[in-house]
Design a protein around this ligand. Structure first.
Ligand SMILES: Cc1ncc(COP(=O)(O)O)c(C=O)c1O
Length: 369
């Protein structure tokens, strides 16, 4: 189905940078620069500068960014890692891949980790916390880092949805031992396939992840220092992402404008709860997603789709209710409630103000009927 308002408009997104992207593809192909070449190093340096960290390591996904961060941090069987259930499954899967146990806590009304639940969840086996900065807003990192430091826990930030967002002026990904980003095509900095990145200020961790992503090989000596994996960010992806990174600040401004339009158009509607406004001066949100809580959510979603508006629901079933994941019993009332109410409205850099007005009007019409 061709939507009047698509969730992401990939062809249009490409067309706006067509000549630059085509030139970059040609340079990579004619240079034969496919793996671990200059374009990757340039992109890593630019991301490190953008986030404000000493190191950035390009990987093949955000999932691997989380997984390799945990491995490099020495997390393994017998360890517990605290995170949220209201996240993409990758956050929890990365913990399980390492043989560690995920301990799930509830979220607050900002969709992020409820920091009041952190300390009660800590046990003698706890080694790390993964705050997930959902929808382009950071978790309260003053509280998270305070608790982590007091209990000597590592913090691995799942910043897959928060590239460019700040808390107290500091960028997502630069607070913890590592920060993990995703360049999945629908992300605010999206590739033409999968991609991810770890950022860190810790030299030892950076060096370990450089090796882990390349089968543990030390290329200069030929020594193999660990069992690693193949998780190198392709040069072609890096070249294209590096072009897009130059435009990211202006795209973020546009996303914030669109967020404000939705907020203005929907805030008076009693059946819709818009994202809680950020505490001024503390949070700079990048609106990776515009997620509202809605009465009669499933009927509204069907109505909007019927009217040509593409909607996403992330996530209709709480993580700990997926039997196959075998996560055990957790009491997470806010997570369970929110899974019945959330929907993501289209917000992307290709959408125009009339399309946003159409989405708002359609939602108002649904409740008026
Ligand atoms: C919160 C969160 N964590 C982790 C990931 C995993 O990233 P990727 O899809 O690049 O593996 C994603 C993105 O899909 C995400 O949204």
């Amino acid at each position: 189905m061709k939507y009047k308002v698509p969730f992401v408009d990939y062809p249009q997104h490409y067309r706006r940078l067509e000549s630059e992207i085509d030139a970059a593809i040609k340079a990579v192909l004619t240079g034969g620069d496919f793996i671990m070449r200059q374009q990757l190093r340039d992109f890593e340096n630019h991301i490190a500068a953008f986030v404000g960290t000493d190191y950035a390591i390009g990987l093949n996904s955000g999932t691997d960014a989380l997984h390799l961060s945990l491995l490099a941090a020495g997390i393994g069987p017998g360890d517990e890692v605290i995170t949220v259930a209201h996240t993409f499954v990758a956050t929890v899967a990365a913990i399980v891949y390492c043989g560690a146990t995920p301990i799930l806590v509830d979220i607050g009304n900002d969709f992020n980790l409820n920091t009041e639940q952190l300390e009660p969840a800590i046990s003698p086996r706890t080694k790390a916390i993964i705050p997930v900065h959902l929808n382009g807003r950071l978790s309260n990192m003053e509280v998270v880092m305070g608790i982590a430091n007091r209990h000597k826990l590592m913090v691995i930030e799942d910043a897959a949805q928060a590239l460019g967002a700040t808390f107290d002026g500091q960028k997502a990904g630069s607070f913890g031992l590592t920060g993990c980003f995703s360049f999945y095509p629908a992300k605010i900095l999206g590739g033409i396939g999968d991609g991810g990145m770890v950022v860190t200020n810790n030299k030892e961790i950076a060096e370990k992840i450089y090796l882990l992503r390349d089968h543990g090989q030390q290329r200069e000596t030929g020594d193999i220092l660990y069992y690693g994996c193949n998780s190198r960010l392709d040069n072609l992806q890096a070249a294209i992402l590096d072009i897009k990174l130059k435009y990211l600040p202006q795209w973020i401004e546009r996303r914030r404008e669109l967020g404000a339009l939705y907020e203005e158009g929907l805030s008076g509607l009693p059946q819709i709860k818009t994202p809680p406004p950020p505490q001024p001066g503390r949070y700079f949100d990048v609106f990776t997603n515009y997620v509202v809580r809605a009465e009669a959510r499933d009927k509204l979603v069907a109505y909007l789709k019927e009217g040509g508006i593409e909607i996403l629901v992330s996530w209709p079933k709480p993580m700990h209710h997926h039997k196959a994941l075998d996560l055990g019993h957790f009491h997470l009332p806010e997570t369970e409630q929110i899974s019945k109410e959330v929907l993501s409205l289209p917000l992307n850099t290709e959408i125009d103000n009339q399309q946003v007005a159409f989405v708002i009007e359609s939602i108002r019409n649904f409740y008026a009927e």
